[in-house]
Design a protein. Structure first.
Length: 95
């Protein structure tokens, strides 16, 4: 029985914009720890921008940068903006 070797193909690095549902830091529960390690593994092969509405403290920002991520702090969207996006997603009229 012969086995075929898989052809080696180079993985093309991508630029990923990740928007976590909850803050990634501090690493105080299982979901935060899992997400941090998942994002760090992606950052090892790709360019990762981590979009956050709740920025961590300076030590947390340094930890994300050391893990290979590019943290970007965004302002929290207002309810009107979220309602607008929800209407667009549902196909409802936007006023």
């Amino acid at each position: 029985m012969t086995t075929r070797a898989r052809p080696t193909t180079a993985v093309r690095p991508m630029h990923l914009a990740l928007v976590p549902q909850k803050p990634v830091l501090p690493l105080d529960n299982g979901s935060k720890i899992r997400n941090f390690h998942l994002f760090r593994a992606l950052a090892a092969r790709h360019r990762v921008s981590l979009l956050m509405t709740e920025p961590p403290d300076d030590a947390g920002l340094e930890e994300l940068i050391a893990a290979g991520m590019d943290p970007i702090c965004l302002p929290k969207p207002g309810w009107r903006y979220l309602s607008y996006l929800g209407s667009l997603a549902r196909g409802a009229p936007v006023y």
